[in-house]
Design a protein around this ligand. Structure first.
Ligand SMILES: Nc1nc2c(c(=O)[nH]1)N[C@H]1C(S)=C(S)[C@@H](COP(=O)(O)OP(=O)(O)OC[C@H]3O[C@@H](n4cnc5c(=O)[nH]c(N)nc54)[C@H](O)[C@@H]3O)O[C@H]1N2
Ligand SMILES: Nc1nc2c(c(=O)[nH]1)N[C@H]1C(S)=C(S)[C@@H](COP(=O)(O)OP(=O)(O)OC[C@H]3O[C@@H](n4cnc5c(=O)[nH]c(N)nc54)[C@H](O)[C@@H]3O)O[C@H]1N2
Ligand code: SF4
Ligand SMILES: [Mo]
Length: 701
């Protein structure tokens, strides 16, 4: 007989949905449902997680430790089963050898956000600190957006999304919640019903979210700051700004006024590709609707000027004073509300600041020995990877794979599947999934701490990240207090160190809400800046070490990869609906629904570049080439192309995925990958005729 048990989605998605999981027996789950009683996620979950049994009970799950006996980069056929003892001994012995010859900094424990559970995700930091390995600046996702938001607002929190139902205007800027955080759509529907809310979407292509919008501003990628500045221009010029709010709560002065006076709709129209009228219409709508809620996504920050874009857009509610209203204001992320004390989990008590800090998005250049990245230290001789698939998700795939192919690199991957990354490893370790271990989770899109307890036994010999770390510490002759604790005890200790009630209370209540009262949430009692004001003129040096050249006042910063004669098209690599980064690219229903990698192109571009819908095109730039099916799509400006991702490399002809075309250049001022900032050329793919069949044969070889 099945029972429903409470859990929480572990994936890197702002929604962090509260789940009710049908548990059939001690090893088996059925369907996954949303928990209707959660005050934000309220029973809504995405389709891919509702069919999670496909992933947990997938026949290709890794269930035993493996060692590579054949070629690198090929797959499961090249591996042989070994015991956990042999696996951990091999890793520890190899680490000790490397420490003797090259020093501990030649080892790079590499992790990211396959699980967002604090215990399983961040424990690897403890290994870095205790062993004195190279450390990591995690730049795949948030640093550009963080810097831009914090430049004006001061900290990473914002309006409570549960008040969205009171909004009369919702603006989804650079996000695609229908695909990437479906709960927003539930709150939007409520706002429509209760408050007659209109929806505006700002996105370079007509996403599923934009499809539902009353107004879609389909701008050129990387030009959002120009749109925002021109909107401010109109608001100021037409008396739609709240001058009292500006005087009381912001650093706005006559210089700011003069600055925006030059940012005309005509100026922005030339940069964004939007018409002047579209810009004016949006400004008038925004300026005349004080109860306006902006939900800011990451998309418009994944460019070289991404932080400046986020900052310029974050100025809008400060101009109209939308922050004053319940259902008004803006939300990028709530993640700094929690103030978690992660000292124990991450071993911060033993942190050595003298070890070098690698920018994770530069894994390609780093593994290829780029001297500036190595900072005078030894080359990387060992990688220990948990919760991430850098062979696909990191920029500049050709360099990443060239690095993984190095004969002198010892790679360990702890994974649930034989991913593109795992198939380069010397040792592969089988990992548990979230329903098979204990952890706790915080959220970007809402304000609750949630517990995801172990509900079923793992298959085979899978071990959790925490358990693997304990085994590795032992063999390396190291100890740390966190290793003496079970996962549950570590959760309890971390909650209590943070000043929250412990795990028992969390278990009893289902979640702990850390939200602030309205006045604080909407910064009416002050922004989190030094002078408590919102900053139109930010001090970028507070946000990161590389702020030279950044605009001193909210502005469009022209440092993107502009189209040229050689590279005439701008490429956007937005998330696909049925995948979550590379997760779910192994589940049959998601793959069936997404079909295969394709590029969405305006019909004018298709004919201009002599392509045909349904045939294959090759996209390329100075870094590499990628071949995909061409799909005709009118919901995009000519000159912009979109490839929804992240398909595994081997699903592309040539075995290299979309990140072959994205740059490992780090965004300013504090790093950050620039996934949607690439200029490319396009031509018909070399293989013509019945390309699909031929390409599939090529892939199978
Ligand atoms: N289904 C699904 N859900 C996901 C993910 C996934 O891969 N698939 N990934 C998860 C993760 S890790 C994250 S961080 C979030 C990200 O979620 P979002 O914040 O929604 O996603 P982004 O990749 O940032 O892209 C969102 C939108 O930004 C648009 N965009 C790109 N460039 C620009 C630009 O210059 N200006 C503007 N205005 N828009 C632009 C893209 O076209 C895209 O529609 O989603 C999470 N949820
Ligand atoms: N072109 C392009 N590239 C992108 C993006 C984009 O929009 N466009 N988005 C970027 C973004 S926003 C992000 S956040 C990154 C995300 O990139 P990643 O963090 O690499 O995310 P996933 O692809 O989901 O891979 C996570 C892996 O972790 C494994 N995993 C899950 N749970 C556990 C666990 O408990 N233990 C262990 N050992 N393994 C586990 C999963 O099986 C999966 O293979 O990708 C980035 N790459
Ligand atoms: S992936 Fe996002 S929307 Fe889907 S269940 Fe998880 S948290 Fe909710
Ligand atoms: Mo992300």
């Amino acid at each position: 007989m099945s029972v429903k048990k409470r859990s929480v989605c572990p994936h890197d998605c702002p929604s962090v949905c509260s789940l009710d999981v049908e548990v059939l027996d001690e090893k088996t789950i059925g369907k996954v449902y949303g928990n209707k009683s959660h005050s934000y996620t309220a029973g809504t979950i995405c389709a891919k997680v509702s069919r999670y049994s496909e992933r947990v009970h997938h026949p290709d799950r890794l269930t035993h430790p493996l060692k590579r006996v054949g070629k690198r980069g090929v797959g499961i056929s090249e591996y042989e089963r070994i015991s956990w003892d042999e696996a951990l001994d091999t890793i520890a012995d190899r680490f000790k050898d490397i420490i003797n010859t090259d020093g501990a900094q030649a080892i790079w424990p590499f992790h990211y956000a396959g699980t967002m559970g604090w215990v399983q995700r961040d424990g690897l930091d403890r290994l870095r600190h205790c062993l004195g390995t190279s450390r990591q600046h995690s730049t795949f996702c948030t640093p550009l957006a963080d810097a831009g938001w914090k430049a004006g607002v001061g900290s990473k929190r914002g309006s409570d999304a549960r008040l969205m139902h009171k909004s009369e205007l919702v603006i989804v800027w650079g996000g695609n919640p229908v695909s990437t955080q479906v709960n927003v759509m539930h709150h939007l529907a409520q706002a429509k019903r209760e408050s007659g809310a209109k929806l505006v979407v700002v996105d370079p292509y007509k996403t599923k979210t934009a499809d539902k919008a009353d107004m879609h501003l389909m701008l050129k990628p990387g030009t959002d700051a120009a749109l925002a500045c021109a909107v401010i221009h109109v608001l100021l010029e037409e008396g739609l700004a709240d001058r009292n709010y500006l005087a009381k709560h912001t650093d706005f002065d006559e210089n700011t006024d003069a600055h925006f006076a030059t940012k005309t709709p005509a100026w922005a129209s030339a940069i964004t590709g939007l018409s002047e009228q579209e810009i004016i219409d949006f400004a008038r709508l925004y300026g005349s609707t004080k109860k306006s809620f902006m939900r800011l996504g990451y998309g418009f920050t994944r460019s070289r000027n991404g932080a400046a874009n986020m900052h310029a857009v974050s100025c809008l509610p400060a101009v109209t004073g939308a922050w004053l209203e319940q259902g008004g204001g803006a939300l990028y992320s709530q993640s700094e509300l929690y103030g978690l004390d992660t000292t124990l989990i991450r071993g911060l008590d033993t942190q050595s600041q003298h070890t070098r800090l690698f920018d994770q998005s530069r894994i390609g250049p780093i593994l290829c020995g780029n001297e500036a990245d190595l900072q005078g230290g030894p080359p990387v001789k060992a990688l220990f990877i948990q919760n991430t698939n850098p062979a696909v998700v990191a920029p500049d795939t050709n360099k990443v794979l060239k690095g993984f192919a190095r004969e002198d690199l010892f790679t360990v991957v702890h994974e649930q599947f034989m991913t593109d990354t795992a198939m380069w490893a010397d040792i592969v370790l089988p990992a548990t999934m979230f329903l098979e271990h204990d952890d706790f989770y915080t959220a970007g899109g809402h304000t609750s701490v949630q517990l995801g307890a172990k509900l079923i036994d793992p298959p085979g010999e899978c071990r959790s990240n925490h358990t693997v770390l304990i085994g590795l510490f032992e063999r390396l002759g190291m100890s740390h207090p966190a290793n003496e604790l079970s996962e549950r005890e570590l959760i309890d200790a971390t909650l209590k160190a943070t000043g929250l009630s412990g795990i028992e209370e969390l278990e009893k209540n289902g979640n702990l809400d850390v939200s602030r009262q309205f006045e604080t949430a909407n910064f009416l009692d002050g922004f989190d800046t030094s002078d408590k004001r919102f900053h139109f003129s930010p001090d970028w040096s507070l946000q990161g070490p590389n702020s030279a050249g950044m605009p001193s006042m909210a502005d469009y910063w022209d440092v993107i990869d502009q189209p040229s004669d050689e590279h005439p098209l701008r490429l956007v690599t937005a998330p696909a609906r049925q995948f979550l980064n590379t997760t779910f690219t192994e589940t049959p229903t998601s793959v069936r629904m997404e079909k295969q990698p394709f590029v969405m192109m305006h019909p004018d571009d298709i004919s201009h570049y002599q392509l045909q819908a349904g045939s294959f095109a090759t996209l390329g730039n100075q870094q590499g080439e990628v071949s995909v099916e061409v799909r005709e799509f009118t919901g995009v400006q000519p000159g912009t192309v979109v490839v929804e991702s992240l398909w595994p490399n081997h699903k592309f002809a040539g075995g290299i995925g979309i990140n072959a075309l994205t740059s490992a250049e780090s965004g300013k001022p504090n790093g950050g990958a620039v996934y949607h900032d690439a200029a490319v050329w396009v031509k018909p793919a070399a293989v013509l005729g019945d390309t699909r069949a031929e390409l599939n044969v090529a892939l199978a070889d």
